[in-house]
Write a protein that binds this ligand. Structure first.
Ligand code: 5GP
Length: 117
C-alpha cells in the first residue's frame, strides 16, 4: 500500500521541520505551539499518525492513555501543576481542528474562560 504523504506533525516527529521539543519518547512528542494561545502552549502528539480522536481504534487505547499521562507530566514539568492547566483535543471542523494529526493542547499560565468559544 502507498504511504500517504506525511502530515506536518509527522515531519516534526521525524525532525524534518524544526520545533521546540520539550519531551519525546518512542510513542509521543511534545513541542511548543508556533502560535501560542496562552503563556504556556504545548502540543502532545502520538508518533502514529491518527488523524483525530474520532478515528482512534481500540488498539490505540494504551497509546492514548500514555499520551494523557505524559501530557500531565509535561504540564507539571513546565510549572503548571499547582496553578492548573487545560488539555484540549479539537476534533473536526466545528471544533477548530486545523492539523489532521491527533494532538492534545496543553494550555496554561493564565486563567481560562469557560465555556470555551
Ligand atoms: P488545531 O487547531 O488543529 O487544534 O491545532 C493545531 C495547532 O498547531 C495550532 O495551535 C497551531 O498554532 C499549531 N501549529 C500549526 N503549524 C505548526 C508548526 O509548524 N509548528 C508548531 N510548533 N505548531 C504549529
Amino acid at each position: 500500500m502507498d504511504k500517504m504523504e506525511k502530515t506536518l506533525f509527522e515531519k516534526i516527529c521525524d525532525k524534518e521541520i524544526p520545533a521546540d521539543i520539550v519531551y519525546e519518547d518512542d510513542q509521543i512528542v511534545a513541542f511548543r505551539d508556533i502560535a501560542p494561545k496562552a503563556p504556556t502552549h504545548v502540543l502532545v502528539i502520538p508518533r502514529k499518525a491518527i488523524p483525530r480522536v474520532n478515528e482512534a481504534q481500540p488498539e490505540d487505547q494504551a497509546l492514548l492513555g500514555h499520551l494523557m499521562l505524559k501530557a500531565a507530566e509535561v504540564a507539571r514539568s513546565l510549572g503548571l501543576g499547582e496553578g492548573g492547566f487545560r488539555l484540549v483535543l479539537n476534533n473536526g471542523a466545528d471544533a477548530g481542528e486545523t492539523v489532521p494529526h491527533l494532538h492534545c493542547h496543553i494550555l496554561g499560565g493564565r486563567k481560562m474562560a469557560w465555556p470555551p468559544g
